[in-house]
Write a protein that binds this ligand. Structure first.
Ligand code: HEM
Length: 483
């Protein structure tokens, strides 16, 4: 009897101690916290669904066109908190301006969220486009492309091509006319992208592809109506012509024999043994990959020039760092390689800060394939989740004076935090991120070591895509003549 009493007393004592420790130290026991929240069913976030059918889309778009595109989100965030509901582009949507919630959305796989794009865009993309597919085929294609874009061989090739195209472009710059940075950067980046995807050289079919691609993307933001004469129809016709060209290249590659060492994305996909990678799928993906790749890098370069023009101290430090690299390289009489360009810390900080301020991709949209609970919020099945990066990047609780271009803030700051996601994250993390940084580094190196400039007045437009209203005109003076 005594033993039983003692055992019960010890068990009770142990239980009491355990509970006391848990209460005093709740942070060490996350499971306990989760189960506390589990008791309460997740709630639909606060917010308004706006008008029937159109929801709050018109207000969102009119703010997006203004100088403060985040004002739509800011207003709601003040009233409802960092996560709220709305109704955008025809779908009830949960907007996240919270870095942790957005991270959860990015990290989730296709059992929880699938990509969601406007209808006109999905009409233009193929059904097997990397931007739309999910599951094992997506992982396969993403992995192959990501590994190829990271490879030192491709980076060396891109560095050589970039130096050649930048050299050709800058040699024609004279001081008697404005240079439109956005056009120059677009022209260079397009050639680099197409070479990385299908190894077309400028002399060959580049001009044809450029023209058709412009027709193709003009339908990305059109009415989803595919009838002769509509913009969407013209876009699809242009895509057909581009696919014809890619098929011709695939055929000639097959005839010549596919090299073991891939020199472009077509080689990479042709070399893979997965039977699902048919010629149609490869052609479609090559074209669809131009959509995220074409505009983003030139805009990164253009915005960097804009911000540097407005911040002489940053421009001076960037120039000193790059002049130092050029001088030491000239002394050794060697060619610069991709690691040289990427090793300049201040240049990388300038690019990182441009990505933070510029928000070239404002956020990503996903559709919930089941009811999802994140941090006590409910995202019902069929609703969209909009991870809005722009407000995280401009949040003063993450960044001091967030609207100021201040590259020095990155000197001892981590770029892998969930407060900084210009390239997205998770399974759909941008595979082109290294290329984007490399191209921007090379362009900036040649610009600041060869020219000084005066920028004309221009302003950033944020909708439907980020760009400069007047294409960023600058008046250059060659410093080669001065030295
Ligand atoms: C400054 C330049 C760039 C930025 C800011 C950027 C941003 C992004 C973002 C945010 C995503 C994620 C989309 C999502 O989660 O739904 C993405 C995906 C993607 N990006 Fe980029 N990108 C850039 C350059 C490039 C380049 C040069 C390429 C080269 C082809 C590229 C190819 C892709 C592809 C193929 C995807 C889709 C990945 C997938 O869904 O698996 N991007 N990009």
């Amino acid at each position: 009897m005594m033993e039983i009493f003692l055992a019960l007393f010890l068990a009770a004592l142990f239980f009491l101690c355990f509970v006391t420790i848990l209460i005093l130290n709740r942070n060490s026991f996350p499971l306990l916290r989760i189960s506390r929240f589990r008791a309460r069913p997740p709630l639909l976030p606060m917010g308004s669904l706006g008008w029937p059918l159109i929801g709050e889309t018109i207000e969102f778009i009119s703010c997006a066109y203004s100088n403060h595109p985040e004002s739509f989100m800011n207003k709601r965030r003040r009233v409802y908190g960092k996560v709220f509901k709305s109704h955008l582009f025809g779908t009830p949507t949960i907007v996240s301006t919270d870095a942790e919630v957005s991270r959860f959305i990015l990290q989730s796989d296709a059992k929880t969220f699938v990509p969601s794009y406007p209808k006109s865009l999905t009409e233009l993309m193929g059904k097997s486009s990397i931007l739309l597919i999910n599951g094992s085929l997506h992982r396969r294609i993403h992995g192959l492309i990501g590994a190829f874009f990271k490879s030192p061989l491709l980076k060396a090739q891109i560095t050589k091509d970039m130096e050649r195209f930048v050299g050709e472009s800058m040699r024609s710059w004279t001081d008697g006319r404005p240079i439109y940075i956005q056009d120059e950067a677009k022209n260079i980046s397009f050639q680099i992208l197409v070479k990385a995807l299908i190894s077309i050289d400028p002399a060959e079919d580049m001009e044809f592809l450029k023209q058709q691609f412009q027709k193709f993307i003009s339908g990305l933001m059109s009415l989803p109506l595919n009838l002769p004469g509509t913009r969407l129809h013209r876009s699809l016709q242009a895509k057909k012509k581009m696919a014809g060209l890619v098929h011709r290249i695939i055929r000639s590659k097959r005839e010549r024999g596919i090299p073991m060492v891939s020199s472009d994305v077509v080689d990479v996909l042709l070399n893979d043994s997965n039977e699902q990678l048919t010629d149609d799928l490869i052609a479609e993906n090559v074209i669809d990959m131009m959509i995220p790749g074409e505009d983003s890098v030139p805009i990164l370069i253009t915005l960097a020039v804009k911000y540097l023009s407005d911040c002489p101290a940053a421009l001076q430090q960037l120039r000193e760092e790059n002049m130092e690299l050029k001088r030491s390289n000239d002394r050794l009489g060697e060619q610069l390689c991709w690691t040289d360009y990427l090793s300049l810390p201040f240049t990388q900080s300038v690019i990182t800060e441009t990505l933070r301020m510029g928000n070239i991709i404002i956020g990503v949209m996903r559709k919930a394939v089941r009811d999802v609970e994140i941090r006590g919020y409910l995202i019902p099945k069929g609703w969209c989740a909009f991870a809005y990066f722009r407000l995280v990047h401009l949040d003063e609780s993450h960044y001091d004076r967030p609207y100021e271009f201040y590259p020095w803030r990155w000197q001892d700051k981590d770029t892998s935090s969930c407060n900084f996601t210009p390239f997205g994250g998770g399974q759909r993390l941008c595979p082109g991120l290294d290329l984007a940084r490399l191209e921007a580094s090379i362009f900036l190196h040649h610009l600041v070591t060869q020219f000084s400039w005066v920028a004309e007045e221009d302003r950033v437009v944020n909708f439907p895509t980020v760009r400069m209203k007047r294409k960023m005109p600058i008046w250059v003076k060659s410093s080669r003549l001065e030295s």
